[in-house]
Design a protein around this ligand. Structure first.
Ligand SMILES: Cc1ncc(C[n+]2csc(CCOP(=O)(O)OP(=O)(O)O)c2C)c(N)n1
Ligand SMILES: [Mg+2]
Length: 357
């Protein structure tokens, strides 16, 4: 017997739970303005989530999945991506979407649902509610970029539950064998609705799922925005420059119900959330900024006010938006409408016009 292959999975952390630097400080993190920008976006993300839940509870928004406790993952991703890269998200990546130009009011419109008398997904948004299928779409896009020899990367996200879906493995496999310019990010928030990570897979890490596909997987502290930003940047550069795919497993915790339609107290063991809260990303960075003497209570209050005003503006725009015509659900699917859908479109239009008329 001889060993013919060995594999290791690394875990990356830069800013630890008690806000101390424990890893090599990347150059972006030596720029105070950059650190403040990351902090502001995470706070905006949290204020937005709080408001969206309030809208749902008062009957003005459909079902909403919060990103509470996961802000560092999506902020780090949004910050590391270049404008030209392509994000193929799932459904909690609000910070990344916002940083890439999607207005907060559009995110609200997406989740608007029937409560607003609107149709779910009435806006032409580049995100939907996939669980694991988006990896294949992302691999397809990455294939196109490679064929066209464009120096751009695709980044796709999913939850840890999604990694049990067959499509996920197929996407990794093709990314490995075709050497695609792609980064897979798993937001491992420990829960897939009521299914805990421990019941999702017998594998020691989710990152190691990349090994079978022939490329590197690594774990990153998903509560550490510095580590997230750095590892995503490294992975995107490898994708863009060398067509090397990477899988990043971000370790964090879902500090909220799965969605507003869920009640986690029915299945979540008592005390775990509080324990995990000690690692949460926003206070962690805030303490670090305070230690650097570039943040204080006055600036915090000012930021909270600014974020509230920005979210309020988005809410007003959302509430003032007329419901999209029902025929939109056909109109934005094809460049040229297939003739078999003409009749159906007419019927939808008539019913829709009656509803909205
Ligand atoms: C193919 C498919 N199966 C099941 C669902 C129902 N569903 C929606 S979200 C979800 C849990 C996903 O958990 P995870 O991937 O960990 O992401 P998280 O919601 O925790 O961010 C499930 C099972 C779905 N939308 N699509
Ligand atoms: Mg999950």
């Amino acid at each position: 017997m001889k060993i013919i292959a060995r594999f290791e999975i690394s875990y990356y952390q830069i800013l630890n739970e008690t806000s101390e630097i424990v890893g090599t400080l990347p150059s972006f993190a030596k720029d105070n303005e950059h650190l403040l920008r990351l902090y502001r976006i995470m706070v905006l993300n949290r204020v937005f989530d709080t408001k969206a839940i309030a809208l749902q509870r008062t009957g003005r928004l459909g079902t909403y999945p919060s990103s509470l406790g996961q802000e560092a993952v999506f902020t780090g991703i949004g910050d590391a991506m270049l404008k030209n890269d392509i994000l193929v998200p799932y459904y909690r990546d609000y910070a990344a979407m916002w940083m890439r130009g999607i207005p907060l009011s559009d995110i609200l419109l997406f989740w608007g649902g029937d409560e607003r008398g609107n149709l779910q997904g009435g806006e032409d948004l580049p995100f939907s509610v996939p669980v694991g299928s988006q990896g294949l779409h992302a691999a397809g896009i990455a294939t196109a970029l490679k064929i066209r020899q464009e120096k751009r990367a695709v980044l796709t996200t999913c939850g840890e539950g999604a990694t049990s879906q067959g499509d996920f493995y197929e996407a990794l496999n093709i990314a490995g064998i075709w050497k695609l310019p792609i980064v897979f990010v798993i937001n491992n928030n420990q829960w897939a609705i009521s299914v805990p990570r421990s019941q999702q897979t017998a594998a020691a890490t989710l990152a190691q799922k990349a090994i079978a596909a022939g490329f590197q997987g690594e774990q990153v502290d998903g509560n550490d925005v510095l580590a997230v930003r750095e590892r995503v940047d490294v992975a995107l550069t490898k994708a863009r420059e060398e067509n090397i795919p990477t899988l990043l497993e971000m370790i964090c915790y879902r500090q909220c119900d799965h969605t507003t339609a869920d009640e986690a107290t029915r299945y979540e063991p008592k005390g775990v959330r509080d324990l995990e809260w000690k690692k949460e990303p926003i206070m962690r960075l805030r303490r670090y900024l305070e230690n650097l003497k570039i943040w204080n209570q006055i600036l915090e209050e000012q930021l909270q006010k600014e974020c509230t005003a920005e979210v309020e503006k988005a809410v007003q725009a959302y509430l003032a938006t007329k419901p999209a015509p029902a025929s939109d659900m056909i109109d934005y699917l094809y460049a040229k409408l297939p003739h078999t859908l003409f009749e159906q479109r007419e019927q939808i239009k008539q019913v829709g016009d009656q509803c909205h008329g």
